[in-house]
Write a protein that binds this ligand. Structure first.
Ligand code: ADP
Ligand code: MG
Length: 321
C-alpha cells in the first residue's frame, strides 16, 4: 500500500460532511469558508509513542485521544469545532493498526461534528499531531486572563482518575483488574467537554482545560489574570472508584496528575444562576471548588483550615526535576 492509497483508504471522508469545506483531503491544501463575524480558533497537540501514551496503547485509543485532546482545547476557548488536519509518523503500514486508529478517530469526529481536511504522512517513529480549527463569534472566545477577584471557581467531572490509570499501566500502582479497567478507560478515552465549553460562552470569565493537573492549570488562569485563589481540598471532585483508594494514594493525583481533560473555569457571582441552569443538563456534573482572591498564588485548604503542601507541580516536559 503506498502513501496515497493509505490516505484514501483510511483518512479520506473522515468525520461529518460539512458545507464549509470547499476542498478537503486530496489537493495541495484544503480550502474552507469562515462565516462572517466569526473568528478562527486554532490549536495543535502532538502525541509521541512512549511519551504521551505507553507503547502498548491500542490503536483505537490513540486515534480517539489524539483528537480528544485537541477538542478539549477548543472547548476551553468556548469554540465550536469545525475542521482538523493530521500529521502522522508511522513506523510501518500495518493495516489492522490503521483500521483501528482511523476507527477511533472517526468515532469521536462523528459525534463532534469535526471533519478531517488534510495532513501529511511519513515513515518514522509513531507520532500523531493534530491541528484542530474551530470558530467563535467575534470577540467571544473565553481566555485564561478574564478571572476577577470574587469569581467562583468550578471544575467539570472528576479529577485524578486518568493519573491513577497511568500509574497502574506503568506498574507504579497495584490495581485490581476491574480497577485498572476503569482507570485505563479514563486515561485512554477522555471525554472532551465540547458542549459544556460552548455553553459557557458568555458565562465563564476565564477557562482552561485540565491537561497537566488542576494546580498547574488553574495556576495558568491565576497568572494570566493577575490574581490568586483558595480552593477547598474536601470539595475536589473524585470518582467513587478513586474514593475507595484515597486512603492509599492520597490526593496528589487529583491536584497534580494529568490527562483529566476536564474544564476549570471561573464565574462572576452575578452569573452563578445562569451557570446553575446550564449545568442542570450536564451529565459530567460540575463542582464549585473555591474563589478567586487578590493575593497571588494558589492555596489549597484542608478540612482543618490549614494549607496543603503540594508535592509536585504538573507535568512539564523540559523541567529538570
Ligand atoms: P503534498 O506532497 O502536496 O504535501 P501529500 O502527498 O502530502 O501532498 O498529501 C496528499 C493529500 O493527502 C493532501 O491533500 C493531504 O492534505 C492529504 N493527507 C496526507 N496525509 C494525510 C493524513 N494523515 N490525514 C489526512 N490527510 C492527509
Ligand atoms: Mg505533504
Amino acid at each position: 500500500m503506498n502513501e496515497f492509497e493509505l490516505i484514501q483508504q483510511y483518512f479520506a471522508n473522515l468525520g461529518r460532511q460539512r458545507n464549509d469545506v470547499v476542498v478537503g483531503v486530496g489537493d495541495d491544501a484544503a480550502v474552507c469558508s469562515v462565516a462572517d463575524n466569526h473568528q478562527l480558533v486554532v490549536t495543535t497537540d502532538l502525541l509521541v509513542a512512549g511519551v504521551h501514551f505507553p507503547d502498548e496503547t491500542p490503536a483505537h485509543a490513540i486515534g480517539y485521544k489524539a483528537l480528544a485532546v485537541n477538542l478539549s482545547d477548543l472547548a476551553a476557548m468556548a469554540a465550536t469545532p469545525a475542521w482538523f488536519t493530521m500529521t502522522l509518523g508511522l513506523p510501518e503500514t500495518d493495516k489492522s493498526w490503521l483500521q483501528e486508529f482511523s476507527r477511533g478517530l472517526k468515532e469521536l469526529a462523528d459525534v463532534s461534528g469535526i471533519t478531517l481536511i488534510g495532513g501529511d504522512t511519513t515513515r518514522g517513529p509513531l507520532t500523531v499531531g493534530i491541528q484542530a480549527y474551530g470558530f467563535v463569534a467575534n470577540g467571544s472566545a473565553v481566555l485564561r486572563s478574564g478571572a476577577r477577584v470574587g469569581d467562583h471557581i468550578f471544575v467539570t467531572g472528576n479529577l485524578g482518575d486518568a493519573a491513577l490509570g497511568l500509574l497502574g499501566e506503568i506498574g507504579k500502582l497495584e490495581l485490581s483488574a476491574d480497577e485498572q479497567k476503569y482507570f485505563s478507560q479514563c486515561l485512554r478515552y477522555p471525554i472532551p467537554r465540547s458542549q459544556e465549553g460552548l455553553a459557557l460562552n458568555g458565562v465563564a470569565s476565564a477557562m482552561i482545560d485540565v491537561s497537566d493537573g488542576l494546580a498547574a492549570d488553574l495556576g495558568h488562569i491565576l497568572e494570566a489574570s493577575g490574581v490568586g485563589a483558595s480552593i477547598q481540598q474536601s470539595r475536589l471532585p473524585i470518582s467513587a472508584h478513586y474514593k475507595k483508594l484515597v486512603g492509599q494514594v492520597g490526593t496528589d493525583a487529583v491536584l497534580s496528575g494529568g490527562d483529566d481533560y476536564e474544564l476549570c473555569f471561573t464565574v462572576p457571582s452575578a452569573r452563578i444562576d445562569n451557570l446553575q441552569k446550564l449545568a442542570a443538563d450536564w451529565d459530567c456534573g460540575v463542582t464549585e471548588i473555591g474563589r478567586i482572591e487578590s493575593a497571588a498564588g494558589l492555596r489549597v485548604i484542608d478540612e482543618q483550615g490549614g494549607l496543603v503542601d503540594m508535592v509536585r507541580p504538573g507535568y512539564q516536559h523540559f523541567s529538570d526535576q
